[in-house]
Design a protein around this ligand. Structure first.
Ligand code: ADP
Length: 545
Protein backbone atom coordinates (compact mmCIF):
# COMPACT_ATOMS: atom_id res chain seq x y z
CA UNK A 1 0.00 0.00 0.00
CA UNK A 2 1.35 3.43 -0.94
CA UNK A 3 1.27 6.32 1.50
CA UNK A 4 -0.93 9.28 0.72
CA UNK A 5 1.61 12.04 1.10
CA UNK A 6 2.32 14.58 -1.63
CA UNK A 7 5.16 13.71 -3.93
CA UNK A 8 7.01 17.04 -3.98
CA UNK A 9 10.51 16.90 -5.50
CA UNK A 10 13.43 17.98 -3.29
CA UNK A 11 14.85 20.86 -5.36
CA UNK A 12 17.61 23.35 -4.59
CA UNK A 13 15.42 26.26 -5.78
CA UNK A 14 13.14 25.61 -2.78
CA UNK A 15 15.96 26.62 -0.43
CA UNK A 16 16.49 30.09 -1.85
CA UNK A 17 12.74 30.71 -2.08
CA UNK A 18 12.37 29.72 1.56
CA UNK A 19 15.19 32.06 2.63
CA UNK A 20 13.74 34.95 0.60
CA UNK A 21 10.22 34.41 1.99
CA UNK A 22 10.99 33.83 5.65
CA UNK A 23 14.34 35.62 6.12
CA UNK A 24 14.14 38.35 3.45
CA UNK A 25 16.23 40.94 5.29
CA UNK A 26 18.97 38.69 6.68
CA UNK A 27 22.28 39.78 5.24
CA UNK A 28 24.79 38.18 2.92
CA UNK A 29 28.09 40.01 3.25
CA UNK A 30 30.88 39.55 0.68
CA UNK A 31 34.42 40.83 0.50
CA UNK A 32 34.79 41.23 -3.22
CA UNK A 33 37.90 40.55 -5.30
CA UNK A 34 37.63 44.23 -6.33
CA UNK A 35 38.25 45.16 -2.67
CA UNK A 36 35.12 46.60 -1.03
CA UNK A 37 32.60 44.83 1.18
CA UNK A 38 29.25 44.21 -0.50
CA UNK A 39 25.94 43.67 1.30
CA UNK A 40 22.77 42.09 0.06
CA UNK A 41 19.98 40.04 1.69
CA UNK A 42 18.42 36.64 1.07
CA UNK A 43 15.65 38.39 -0.88
CA UNK A 44 18.21 40.30 -2.94
CA UNK A 45 20.12 37.09 -3.56
CA UNK A 46 16.96 35.26 -4.65
CA UNK A 47 16.19 38.04 -7.14
CA UNK A 48 19.74 37.82 -8.51
CA UNK A 49 19.48 34.00 -8.72
CA UNK A 50 16.29 34.28 -10.77
CA UNK A 51 18.09 36.67 -13.12
CA UNK A 52 20.93 34.13 -13.41
CA UNK A 53 18.36 31.49 -14.40
CA UNK A 54 16.95 33.80 -17.08
CA UNK A 55 20.45 34.68 -18.29
CA UNK A 56 21.14 30.95 -18.72
CA UNK A 57 18.20 30.82 -21.12
CA UNK A 58 19.53 33.87 -22.95
CA UNK A 59 22.92 32.15 -23.32
CA UNK A 60 21.28 29.02 -24.74
CA UNK A 61 21.94 26.86 -21.67
CA UNK A 62 19.53 23.92 -21.41
CA UNK A 63 18.77 21.62 -18.48
CA UNK A 64 21.68 19.23 -17.93
CA UNK A 65 24.26 21.53 -19.56
CA UNK A 66 27.35 22.24 -17.48
CA UNK A 67 28.23 25.79 -16.46
CA UNK A 68 31.70 26.35 -14.99
CA UNK A 69 32.91 28.73 -12.30
CA UNK A 70 36.44 29.77 -11.34
CA UNK A 71 35.60 31.89 -8.35
CA UNK A 72 36.01 32.63 -4.65
CA UNK A 73 33.19 32.85 -2.15
CA UNK A 74 30.91 35.80 -2.93
CA UNK A 75 27.24 36.69 -3.42
CA UNK A 76 27.82 36.39 -7.16
CA UNK A 77 29.03 32.82 -6.82
CA UNK A 78 26.08 32.14 -4.51
CA UNK A 79 23.64 33.52 -7.10
CA UNK A 80 25.14 31.05 -9.59
CA UNK A 81 24.76 28.21 -7.07
CA UNK A 82 21.00 28.82 -7.03
CA UNK A 83 20.36 30.23 -10.50
CA UNK A 84 22.26 27.60 -12.51
CA UNK A 85 21.11 24.53 -10.54
CA UNK A 86 17.64 26.00 -10.02
CA UNK A 87 16.94 26.23 -13.75
CA UNK A 88 18.06 22.62 -14.23
CA UNK A 89 21.63 23.11 -15.47
CA UNK A 90 24.68 21.72 -13.64
CA UNK A 91 26.98 24.09 -11.74
CA UNK A 92 30.56 22.94 -12.19
CA UNK A 93 32.76 24.60 -9.56
CA UNK A 94 36.37 24.43 -10.75
CA UNK A 95 39.21 24.63 -8.23
CA UNK A 96 41.43 27.49 -9.47
CA UNK A 97 44.35 26.24 -7.35
CA UNK A 98 44.80 23.19 -9.56
CA UNK A 99 47.52 23.17 -12.19
CA UNK A 100 46.39 24.90 -15.44
CA UNK A 101 46.68 21.55 -17.28
CA UNK A 102 44.26 19.98 -14.79
CA UNK A 103 41.81 22.88 -15.11
CA UNK A 104 41.97 22.57 -18.86
CA UNK A 105 41.36 18.80 -18.60
CA UNK A 106 38.45 19.24 -16.17
CA UNK A 107 36.60 21.91 -18.16
CA UNK A 108 36.96 19.92 -21.38
CA UNK A 109 35.94 16.70 -19.67
CA UNK A 110 32.84 18.36 -18.19
CA UNK A 111 32.14 20.14 -21.51
CA UNK A 112 31.30 23.40 -19.77
CA UNK A 113 29.29 25.67 -22.07
CA UNK A 114 29.87 28.93 -20.22
CA UNK A 115 32.66 29.84 -17.81
CA UNK A 116 32.11 32.40 -15.06
CA UNK A 117 35.30 33.76 -13.45
CA UNK A 118 36.49 36.20 -10.80
CA UNK A 119 38.57 39.04 -12.19
CA UNK A 120 41.64 37.77 -10.31
CA UNK A 121 41.59 34.70 -12.56
CA UNK A 122 41.47 36.74 -15.80
CA UNK A 123 45.12 35.97 -16.72
CA UNK A 124 44.49 32.27 -16.14
CA UNK A 125 41.34 32.36 -18.27
CA UNK A 126 43.18 34.18 -21.07
CA UNK A 127 45.87 31.49 -20.98
CA UNK A 128 43.36 28.61 -20.97
CA UNK A 129 40.72 29.98 -23.38
CA UNK A 130 42.23 28.72 -26.65
CA UNK A 131 42.16 25.15 -25.31
CA UNK A 132 38.63 25.22 -23.84
CA UNK A 133 36.77 23.66 -26.73
CA UNK A 134 33.22 23.60 -25.35
CA UNK A 135 33.09 27.07 -23.75
CA UNK A 136 30.93 29.44 -25.83
CA UNK A 137 31.01 32.47 -23.50
CA UNK A 138 33.28 33.76 -20.74
CA UNK A 139 31.61 35.86 -18.05
CA UNK A 140 33.73 38.10 -15.81
CA UNK A 141 32.07 38.21 -12.38
CA UNK A 142 32.22 41.99 -11.97
CA UNK A 143 30.71 45.26 -13.16
CA UNK A 144 31.58 47.21 -16.32
CA UNK A 145 34.10 49.45 -14.50
CA UNK A 146 36.25 46.45 -13.46
CA UNK A 147 36.13 44.40 -16.66
CA UNK A 148 39.52 42.76 -17.31
CA UNK A 149 41.28 43.63 -20.55
CA UNK A 150 41.85 40.12 -21.89
CA UNK A 151 41.53 38.65 -25.34
CA UNK A 152 38.95 35.88 -25.12
CA UNK A 153 36.04 35.26 -27.47
CA UNK A 154 32.60 36.35 -26.28
CA UNK A 155 33.66 38.07 -23.06
CA UNK A 156 30.62 39.19 -21.04
CA UNK A 157 30.09 41.26 -17.90
CA UNK A 158 28.24 39.52 -15.02
CA UNK A 159 26.38 42.56 -13.71
CA UNK A 160 25.29 43.65 -17.19
CA UNK A 161 24.21 40.14 -18.13
CA UNK A 162 21.99 39.95 -15.06
CA UNK A 163 20.69 43.53 -15.23
CA UNK A 164 19.33 42.75 -18.69
CA UNK A 165 16.95 40.15 -17.17
CA UNK A 166 13.59 41.05 -15.62
CA UNK A 167 13.86 38.67 -12.64
CA UNK A 168 10.25 37.69 -13.33
CA UNK A 169 10.87 33.98 -13.29
CA UNK A 170 9.23 30.84 -11.92
CA UNK A 171 11.55 27.94 -11.05
CA UNK A 172 10.84 24.83 -13.08
CA UNK A 173 9.86 21.58 -11.40
CA UNK A 174 11.70 18.46 -12.44
CA UNK A 175 12.94 15.09 -11.18
CA UNK A 176 14.78 15.51 -7.87
CA UNK A 177 17.37 12.97 -9.04
CA UNK A 178 18.52 15.41 -11.77
CA UNK A 179 22.16 16.48 -11.55
CA UNK A 180 22.64 19.82 -9.77
CA UNK A 181 26.38 20.35 -9.43
CA UNK A 182 29.69 18.81 -10.37
CA UNK A 183 32.98 18.88 -8.52
CA UNK A 184 36.21 17.11 -9.46
CA UNK A 185 38.47 15.45 -6.90
CA UNK A 186 41.91 17.02 -6.85
CA UNK A 187 43.48 13.92 -8.38
CA UNK A 188 46.72 13.60 -6.44
CA UNK A 189 47.13 10.39 -8.46
CA UNK A 190 45.86 10.22 -12.04
CA UNK A 191 43.38 12.57 -13.64
CA UNK A 192 40.76 14.34 -11.52
CA UNK A 193 37.40 12.54 -11.48
CA UNK A 194 33.99 14.23 -11.49
CA UNK A 195 31.52 13.79 -8.63
CA UNK A 196 28.01 14.61 -9.81
CA UNK A 197 25.56 15.68 -7.07
CA UNK A 198 21.79 15.66 -7.47
CA UNK A 199 19.08 17.97 -6.11
CA UNK A 200 17.86 15.17 -3.87
CA UNK A 201 21.31 14.32 -2.46
CA UNK A 202 22.01 18.01 -1.85
CA UNK A 203 18.75 18.71 -0.01
CA UNK A 204 19.07 15.59 2.17
CA UNK A 205 22.68 16.43 3.00
CA UNK A 206 21.58 19.96 3.92
CA UNK A 207 18.93 18.69 6.35
CA UNK A 208 21.49 16.47 8.04
CA UNK A 209 23.96 19.35 8.43
CA UNK A 210 21.52 21.52 10.33
CA UNK A 211 20.81 19.07 13.14
CA UNK A 212 22.02 20.17 16.59
CA UNK A 213 24.32 17.13 16.82
CA UNK A 214 26.01 18.00 13.53
CA UNK A 215 26.75 21.65 12.66
CA UNK A 216 23.57 22.89 14.33
CA UNK A 217 23.22 26.06 12.21
CA UNK A 218 20.16 28.22 12.88
CA UNK A 219 18.66 31.56 11.86
CA UNK A 220 20.36 33.25 14.81
CA UNK A 221 23.77 32.36 13.44
CA UNK A 222 26.29 34.41 11.46
CA UNK A 223 28.43 32.03 9.42
CA UNK A 224 31.85 32.95 8.05
CA UNK A 225 32.33 30.51 5.19
CA UNK A 226 36.06 30.20 4.60
CA UNK A 227 36.04 26.80 2.93
CA UNK A 228 35.93 27.67 -0.77
CA UNK A 229 32.76 27.26 -2.80
CA UNK A 230 34.85 25.23 -5.28
CA UNK A 231 35.71 22.65 -2.58
CA UNK A 232 32.91 20.05 -2.29
CA UNK A 233 30.13 22.68 -2.40
CA UNK A 234 31.78 24.52 0.50
CA UNK A 235 30.73 21.59 2.71
CA UNK A 236 27.09 22.27 1.88
CA UNK A 237 26.91 25.49 3.88
CA UNK A 238 25.69 27.72 1.00
CA UNK A 239 22.55 25.53 1.03
CA UNK A 240 22.33 25.07 4.80
CA UNK A 241 22.47 28.83 5.45
CA UNK A 242 19.52 29.37 3.09
CA UNK A 243 17.45 26.54 4.57
CA UNK A 244 17.48 28.26 7.97
CA UNK A 245 18.08 31.85 6.86
CA UNK A 246 21.41 32.31 8.65
CA UNK A 247 23.49 35.42 7.95
CA UNK A 248 26.29 34.44 5.60
CA UNK A 249 29.71 36.13 5.43
CA UNK A 250 31.86 35.38 2.37
CA UNK A 251 35.55 36.35 2.40
CA UNK A 252 36.30 36.32 -1.35
CA UNK A 253 40.02 35.85 -2.02
CA UNK A 254 40.96 37.62 1.23
CA UNK A 255 42.07 34.59 3.27
CA UNK A 256 45.14 35.97 5.05
CA UNK A 257 45.03 35.93 8.86
CA UNK A 258 44.36 39.63 9.26
CA UNK A 259 41.48 39.74 6.75
CA UNK A 260 39.85 36.66 8.22
CA UNK A 261 40.18 38.00 11.76
CA UNK A 262 38.79 41.43 10.94
CA UNK A 263 35.85 40.02 9.01
CA UNK A 264 35.04 37.61 11.82
CA UNK A 265 35.18 40.40 14.38
CA UNK A 266 33.39 43.11 12.36
CA UNK A 267 30.49 40.86 11.37
CA UNK A 268 30.36 39.18 14.81
CA UNK A 269 30.52 35.69 13.36
CA UNK A 270 29.26 32.88 15.58
CA UNK A 271 30.35 29.95 13.41
CA UNK A 272 33.06 29.50 10.82
CA UNK A 273 34.31 26.63 8.68
CA UNK A 274 37.70 25.98 7.12
CA UNK A 275 40.54 23.49 6.65
CA UNK A 276 43.38 23.43 9.23
CA UNK A 277 45.80 25.44 7.05
CA UNK A 278 43.61 28.58 7.05
CA UNK A 279 43.45 28.46 10.83
CA UNK A 280 47.25 28.24 10.98
CA UNK A 281 47.39 31.50 8.98
CA UNK A 282 44.97 33.09 11.45
CA UNK A 283 47.09 31.92 14.41
CA UNK A 284 50.25 33.33 12.83
CA UNK A 285 48.56 36.72 12.58
CA UNK A 286 47.48 36.52 16.22
CA UNK A 287 50.99 35.42 17.30
CA UNK A 288 52.30 38.62 15.73
CA UNK A 289 49.60 40.71 17.49
CA UNK A 290 49.50 39.47 21.07
CA UNK A 291 47.47 42.50 22.22
CA UNK A 292 44.40 41.11 20.38
CA UNK A 293 41.93 39.12 22.49
CA UNK A 294 39.97 36.87 20.11
CA UNK A 295 37.22 36.46 22.69
CA UNK A 296 36.01 39.89 21.52
CA UNK A 297 34.51 38.14 18.45
CA UNK A 298 32.17 35.92 20.43
CA UNK A 299 32.56 33.04 17.96
CA UNK A 300 30.93 29.89 19.39
CA UNK A 301 31.90 27.06 17.06
CA UNK A 302 34.61 26.37 14.51
CA UNK A 303 33.99 23.62 11.95
CA UNK A 304 37.17 21.94 10.72
CA UNK A 305 37.61 19.14 8.19
CA UNK A 306 39.56 18.11 5.14
CA UNK A 307 42.56 17.14 7.31
CA UNK A 308 42.95 16.06 10.91
CA UNK A 309 42.49 18.59 13.69
CA UNK A 310 45.57 18.69 15.91
CA UNK A 311 45.48 19.07 19.66
CA UNK A 312 47.23 22.43 19.33
CA UNK A 313 44.49 23.82 17.05
CA UNK A 314 41.66 22.46 19.17
CA UNK A 315 43.11 23.78 22.43
CA UNK A 316 43.86 27.19 20.99
CA UNK A 317 40.28 27.71 19.80
CA UNK A 318 38.93 26.59 23.17
CA UNK A 319 41.38 28.65 25.24
CA UNK A 320 41.86 31.85 23.23
CA UNK A 321 38.51 32.12 21.40
CA UNK A 322 36.23 30.36 23.89
CA UNK A 323 34.98 28.33 20.91
CA UNK A 324 34.05 24.68 20.48
CA UNK A 325 35.76 22.83 17.63
CA UNK A 326 33.44 20.64 15.56
CA UNK A 327 35.49 18.28 13.44
CA UNK A 328 34.05 16.53 10.40
CA UNK A 329 35.40 13.84 8.14
CA UNK A 330 34.34 13.59 4.54
CA UNK A 331 35.39 13.85 0.95
CA UNK A 332 34.23 15.29 -2.35
CA UNK A 333 32.61 11.89 -3.02
CA UNK A 334 30.52 12.14 0.17
CA UNK A 335 28.98 15.61 -0.43
CA UNK A 336 31.15 15.94 1.78
CA UNK A 337 29.91 15.09 5.29
CA UNK A 338 30.45 11.49 6.44
CA UNK A 339 30.92 11.82 10.20
CA UNK A 340 30.86 14.72 12.67
CA UNK A 341 32.45 14.90 16.10
CA UNK A 342 30.09 15.83 18.90
CA UNK A 343 30.24 14.63 22.48
CA UNK A 344 27.69 12.26 23.98
CA UNK A 345 26.00 12.91 27.35
CA UNK A 346 28.24 10.32 29.01
CA UNK A 347 31.34 12.35 28.16
CA UNK A 348 30.27 15.04 30.63
CA UNK A 349 32.09 12.96 33.26
CA UNK A 350 35.40 13.18 31.40
CA UNK A 351 38.06 15.85 31.53
CA UNK A 352 41.72 16.36 30.66
CA UNK A 353 43.37 13.94 28.28
CA UNK A 354 40.48 11.46 28.34
CA UNK A 355 38.08 14.12 27.04
CA UNK A 356 40.59 15.40 24.54
CA UNK A 357 41.03 11.91 23.15
CA UNK A 358 37.33 11.75 22.27
CA UNK A 359 37.27 15.28 20.87
CA UNK A 360 40.18 14.57 18.53
CA UNK A 361 38.43 11.64 16.85
CA UNK A 362 36.99 12.54 13.45
CA UNK A 363 33.42 11.94 14.61
CA UNK A 364 30.38 9.69 14.76
CA UNK A 365 28.12 8.56 11.98
CA UNK A 366 25.26 10.90 11.07
CA UNK A 367 21.86 9.62 9.97
CA UNK A 368 22.07 8.64 6.32
CA UNK A 369 25.65 7.39 6.26
CA UNK A 370 26.39 3.69 6.84
CA UNK A 371 30.00 2.99 7.82
CA UNK A 372 32.12 -0.15 7.83
CA UNK A 373 35.81 -0.97 8.09
CA UNK A 374 37.14 -3.99 6.22
CA UNK A 375 40.43 -5.88 5.97
CA UNK A 376 42.38 -6.51 2.76
CA UNK A 377 40.08 -9.45 1.93
CA UNK A 378 36.96 -7.31 2.35
CA UNK A 379 35.98 -8.91 5.71
CA UNK A 380 34.17 -6.56 8.09
CA UNK A 381 36.23 -5.64 11.17
CA UNK A 382 34.89 -5.04 14.70
CA UNK A 383 34.09 -1.62 16.15
CA UNK A 384 36.47 -1.89 19.09
CA UNK A 385 38.52 1.26 18.50
CA UNK A 386 41.60 -0.91 17.92
CA UNK A 387 41.11 -2.87 14.69
CA UNK A 388 41.89 -0.68 11.72
CA UNK A 389 40.82 -1.23 8.15
CA UNK A 390 39.70 0.32 4.90
CA UNK A 391 36.76 2.65 5.41
CA UNK A 392 33.71 2.07 3.18
CA UNK A 393 30.57 4.25 3.27
CA UNK A 394 27.05 4.12 1.84
CA UNK A 395 24.16 6.56 1.76
CA UNK A 396 21.92 8.87 -0.28
CA UNK A 397 24.62 11.57 -0.60
CA UNK A 398 27.56 9.21 -1.28
CA UNK A 399 28.62 8.90 -4.93
CA UNK A 400 27.69 5.77 -6.86
CA UNK A 401 30.34 6.29 -9.56
CA UNK A 402 32.26 9.05 -11.31
CA UNK A 403 31.13 11.33 -14.14
CA UNK A 404 31.27 9.64 -17.53
CA UNK A 405 32.11 6.32 -15.85
CA UNK A 406 35.75 7.24 -15.10
CA UNK A 407 37.33 4.70 -12.77
CA UNK A 408 34.71 2.08 -13.71
CA UNK A 409 32.58 0.30 -11.11
CA UNK A 410 33.61 1.78 -7.77
CA UNK A 411 31.19 0.31 -5.23
CA UNK A 412 31.80 -2.94 -3.31
CA UNK A 413 29.43 -5.93 -3.38
CA UNK A 414 27.21 -4.36 -0.69
CA UNK A 415 27.02 -1.02 -2.50
CA UNK A 416 29.51 0.78 -0.25
CA UNK A 417 32.00 3.31 -1.62
CA UNK A 418 35.65 2.54 -0.70
CA UNK A 419 37.06 5.83 0.57
CA UNK A 420 40.79 5.10 0.32
CA UNK A 421 41.08 5.97 4.02
CA UNK A 422 42.10 3.65 6.84
CA UNK A 423 40.24 4.05 10.14
CA UNK A 424 39.21 2.54 13.45
CA UNK A 425 35.66 2.77 14.81
CA UNK A 426 35.08 2.52 18.57
CA UNK A 427 32.10 0.93 20.36
CA UNK A 428 30.36 4.35 20.53
CA UNK A 429 30.61 4.67 16.74
CA UNK A 430 33.41 7.27 16.76
CA UNK A 431 35.56 6.99 13.69
CA UNK A 432 39.24 7.77 13.97
CA UNK A 433 41.23 8.22 10.82
CA UNK A 434 44.52 6.33 10.87
CA UNK A 435 45.67 7.55 7.49
CA UNK A 436 45.02 7.63 3.80
CA UNK A 437 45.81 4.08 2.63
CA UNK A 438 48.53 5.43 0.39
CA UNK A 439 50.17 7.49 3.16
CA UNK A 440 50.20 4.95 5.97
CA UNK A 441 53.74 3.86 6.93
CA UNK A 442 54.32 0.11 6.85
CA UNK A 443 56.97 -0.73 9.40
CA UNK A 444 57.84 -4.34 10.23
CA UNK A 445 54.41 -5.66 9.21
CA UNK A 446 52.59 -3.04 11.35
CA UNK A 447 51.15 0.31 10.33
CA UNK A 448 52.20 3.68 11.68
CA UNK A 449 49.61 6.45 11.45
CA UNK A 450 51.30 9.52 9.98
CA UNK A 451 48.35 11.58 11.26
CA UNK A 452 48.98 10.59 14.88
CA UNK A 453 52.69 11.36 14.67
CA UNK A 454 51.98 14.70 12.95
CA UNK A 455 49.45 15.67 15.61
CA UNK A 456 51.87 14.82 18.40
CA UNK A 457 54.63 16.83 16.67
CA UNK A 458 52.35 19.87 16.21
CA UNK A 459 51.85 20.11 19.96
CA UNK A 460 55.57 21.01 20.28
CA UNK A 461 55.54 24.76 21.04
CA UNK A 462 58.36 25.45 18.57
CA UNK A 463 56.69 23.81 15.57
CA UNK A 464 54.18 25.36 13.20
CA UNK A 465 53.45 22.39 10.97
CA UNK A 466 54.72 18.84 10.48
CA UNK A 467 54.42 16.03 7.95
CA UNK A 468 55.47 12.41 8.29
CA UNK A 469 56.29 10.19 5.32
CA UNK A 470 57.57 6.64 5.06
CA UNK A 471 61.01 6.07 3.53
CA UNK A 472 62.25 2.66 2.37
CA UNK A 473 64.20 0.79 5.02
CA UNK A 474 66.27 -2.41 4.51
CA UNK A 475 65.10 -4.06 7.71
CA UNK A 476 61.63 -2.63 8.47
CA UNK A 477 60.35 -2.06 4.91
CA UNK A 478 59.54 1.59 5.74
CA UNK A 479 60.42 3.97 8.56
CA UNK A 480 59.04 7.44 9.28
CA UNK A 481 60.77 10.71 8.43
CA UNK A 482 59.41 13.86 10.09
CA UNK A 483 59.54 17.04 7.99
CA UNK A 484 58.75 20.09 10.10
CA UNK A 485 58.37 23.86 9.86
CA UNK A 486 59.60 25.89 12.85
CA UNK A 487 57.52 28.65 14.36
CA UNK A 488 59.14 32.01 13.43
CA UNK A 489 61.91 32.79 15.93
CA UNK A 490 61.66 29.44 17.74
CA UNK A 491 64.82 27.57 18.81
CA UNK A 492 64.10 23.91 18.06
CA UNK A 493 66.31 20.98 17.18
CA UNK A 494 65.65 17.38 16.20
CA UNK A 495 66.52 16.07 19.68
CA UNK A 496 63.89 18.25 21.40
CA UNK A 497 61.24 17.21 18.87
CA UNK A 498 62.06 13.54 19.39
CA UNK A 499 62.04 13.95 23.17
CA UNK A 500 58.61 15.62 22.92
CA UNK A 501 57.30 12.80 20.72
CA UNK A 502 58.82 10.15 22.99
CA UNK A 503 56.36 11.18 25.72
CA UNK A 504 53.37 10.99 23.41
CA UNK A 505 53.64 8.09 20.96
CA UNK A 506 54.77 4.46 20.94
CA UNK A 507 58.54 4.04 20.78
CA UNK A 508 58.50 2.18 17.47
CA UNK A 509 56.48 5.05 15.91
CA UNK A 510 59.27 7.58 16.62
CA UNK A 511 60.60 9.05 13.36
CA UNK A 512 64.07 7.82 12.43
CA UNK A 513 65.01 11.34 11.42
CA UNK A 514 63.77 14.94 11.59
CA UNK A 515 64.37 17.55 8.88
CA UNK A 516 63.40 21.22 9.06
CA UNK A 517 62.07 23.08 6.00
CA UNK A 518 60.76 26.62 5.41
CA UNK A 519 57.34 25.44 4.26
CA UNK A 520 55.44 22.26 3.38
CA UNK A 521 53.73 21.62 0.05
CA UNK A 522 49.90 21.55 0.08
CA UNK A 523 47.28 20.27 -2.35
CA UNK A 524 44.71 22.53 -3.99
CA UNK A 525 42.36 21.76 -1.09
CA UNK A 526 44.87 22.55 1.67
CA UNK A 527 46.11 19.05 2.53
CA UNK A 528 49.76 18.09 2.96
CA UNK A 529 50.99 17.02 -0.47
CA UNK A 530 52.72 13.80 0.48
CA UNK A 531 53.45 12.69 -3.08
CA UNK A 532 55.59 15.81 -3.50
CA UNK A 533 57.32 15.29 -0.14
CA UNK A 534 58.10 11.66 -0.97
CA UNK A 535 59.59 12.81 -4.27
CA UNK A 536 61.56 15.58 -2.53
CA UNK A 537 63.04 13.21 0.07
CA UNK A 538 63.40 10.07 -2.03
CA UNK A 539 67.21 10.21 -1.78
CA UNK A 540 67.24 11.10 1.91
CA UNK A 541 69.24 8.51 3.88
CA UNK A 542 67.80 7.64 7.26
CA UNK A 543 70.56 7.33 9.88
CA UNK A 544 69.15 3.90 10.79
CA UNK A 545 69.20 2.53 7.23
P1 ADP B 1 40.70 15.87 -2.34
O1 ADP B 1 40.05 16.29 -3.59
O2 ADP B 1 41.94 16.59 -1.94
O3 ADP B 1 40.77 14.38 -2.14
P2 ADP B 1 38.67 15.87 -0.40
O4 ADP B 1 38.19 17.00 0.42
O5 ADP B 1 37.70 15.08 -1.14
O6 ADP B 1 39.70 16.50 -1.32
O7 ADP B 1 39.58 14.93 0.50
C1 ADP B 1 39.04 13.90 1.24
C2 ADP B 1 40.08 13.30 2.14
O8 ADP B 1 40.53 14.23 3.10
C3 ADP B 1 39.57 12.15 2.95
O9 ADP B 1 39.56 10.97 2.20
C4 ADP B 1 40.56 12.10 4.12
O10 ADP B 1 41.75 11.42 3.76
C5 ADP B 1 40.90 13.56 4.31
N1 ADP B 1 40.11 14.12 5.42
C6 ADP B 1 38.94 14.75 5.36
N2 ADP B 1 38.52 15.13 6.58
C7 ADP B 1 39.46 14.72 7.46
C8 ADP B 1 39.63 14.79 8.89
N3 ADP B 1 38.75 15.40 9.68
N4 ADP B 1 40.73 14.22 9.42
C9 ADP B 1 41.65 13.60 8.65
N5 ADP B 1 41.56 13.53 7.31
C10 ADP B 1 40.48 14.06 6.71
Amino acid sequence: MQGLMQDRPLLISSLIEHAATFHPDTEIVSRLPEGPTHRTTWRGLRDRARQVAQAMGALGIRPGDRVGTLAWNSYRHLALYYGVSGMGAVLHTVNPRLFPEQIDYIINHAEDQVLFFDIGFAPLVAQLAPRLKSVRAFVAMTDRAHMPAIEVPNLLCFEELLDAQSGDYVWPEFDEKSASSLCYTSGTTGNPKGVLYSHRSTVLHTLMELAPDTFGISSSETVLLIVPMFHANAWGTPYAAAMVGAKLVLPGPHLDGQSVYNLMRDERCTFSQGVPTVWLMLFQYLDAHPQIDPREIGVKRIGIGGAAVSRAVLERFERDFGAEVVQGWGMTETSPIGVISKLLPKHAELDGDALLKVKLKQGRGVWGVDLKIVDAAGQTLPWDGVAYGHLHVRGPWICSGYFRGEGGEVLDAEGYFPTGDVATIDPDGYLQLVDRAKDVIKSGGEWISSIDVENAACSHPGLLEAAVIGLPHPKWQERPLLVAVKRPGAEVDAASVLAHLGERIAKWWLPDDVVFVDSLPHTATGKLLKTKLREQFKDHRLPTA
